[in-house]
Design a protein around this ligand. Structure first.
Ligand code: BDR
Ligand code: CA
Length: 312
């Protein structure tokens, strides 16, 4: 099992991503680090603890940043509900560990307990970990990031995707660290759409009921505001790709993030010009450029519907 840390802001799709990671039995979730993003870090931490307990899992949760390194804090209550989880409160006894998210990340990476970090949220915790102990962070093998967009429009603004817009400075910093980075941008996530007709594919059961309730809430924004046929599941897809790398094809690219700009804050700026410009590009990331949507959706629905009740 691949040992991973999930850096997230649950968040409806983040919570479903945690469910998929745990139930897949293909990943060992060494820890979950939380951040502001879809809701305040208080709410996202509560939600992470709740989903872990709901799954019967034993995974430490470390609370992280409640705002970006620079600039104002955002949220996505209009998509995920006021508490970030469609107003659903999942009971839990456990508390977050005493360590901050950035220290938790540094310590686990330094100890060699984790080889991949999956980030489905603003990158503040990760940037802080690199700023604090770049040497330790060099032991990390892979950073998989849901964020940015190459050819699709943005989500929060015309050009900026939510996770990059949430902390553009952190995104720009992390994208220029030496560690290997795989990007899952909006281009890919928007191609995997969970449609209203897909609900009937869940086998009956408590877990399917919770997943369906969450997705129904989430779907409203995508169908009513963006006029889509259903909703994407960006963070779930990101975890799915770590479990099944064959779902995507990638291309090496040069990607930077706009940290200022009156209209372009948080925009991912990619070298897409041809010829000499391509040849001279200072590439820093692998970017997912194609996806097998049906294979992913089948796997997601099957795993959530599985009869396994606990993690252990
Ligand atoms: C990202 O924005 C958040 O609202 C989702 O949880 C996901 O991480 C998609 O752009
Ligand atoms: Ca997220």
């Amino acid at each position: 099992m691949r040992p991973v840390i999930i850096n997230c802001d649950p968040g409806i799709d983040d919570s479903l991503a945690i469910m998929l990671a745990v139930l897949s039995k293909r990943l060992k979730v060494v820890g979950i680090t939380t951040t502001f993003g879809n809701a305040s870090v208080e709410h996202t931490t509560e939600n992470a603890l709740g989903i872990v307990e709901y799954l019967g899992a034993d995974i430490p949760v470390a609370k992280g940043a409640n705002g970006p390194i620079k600039g104002r804090r955002i949220n996505a209550n209009y998509v995920h509900g006021n508490n970030g989880l469609a107003g659903i409160r999942l009971p839990h006894r456990a508390k977050a560990v005493a360590e901050s998210a950035e220290d938790f990340i540094i310590d686990r990476v330094k100890a060699g307990d984790v080889d991949t970090i999956i980030s489905t949220a603003p990158l503040t915790n990760i940037a802080k970990a690199f700023m604090k102990d770049a040497r330790a962070m060099r032991r990390l093998k892979k950073l998989v990031i849901m964020g940015g967009t190459v050819t699709e429009p943005g989500s929060v603004t015309r050009v900026a995707e939510f996770n990059f817009f949430g902390d553009p400075y952190a995104a720009e910093y992390v994208l220029h660290t030496g560690v290997y980075k795989l990007m899952i941008p909006r281009d890919i996530t928007q191609r995997v759409i969970f449609k209203p007709s897909d609900f009937s594919k869940f086998a009956p059961g408590k877990r399917s009921e919770l997943a369906a309730k969450l997705i129904r809430f989430y779907q409203r924004f995508y169908m009513n505001v963006l006029d889509l046929d259903g909703n994407p599941l960006p963070d779930v897809l990101t975890v799915g790709i770590v479990i099944k790398p064959g779902l995507i094809k990638t291309k090496r690219m040069q990607m930077d993030v706009e940290t200022g700009g009156d209209y372009t804050r948080g925009m991912s700026v990619v070298e897409r010009r041809s010829g000499e410009y391509q040849r001279k590009a200072v590439t820093n990331v692998d970017v997912a450029v194609s996806i097998k949507p049906d294979e992913f959706l089948d796997y997601f629905i099957r795993t959530i519907s599985s009869r396994k009740t606990t993690y252990k």
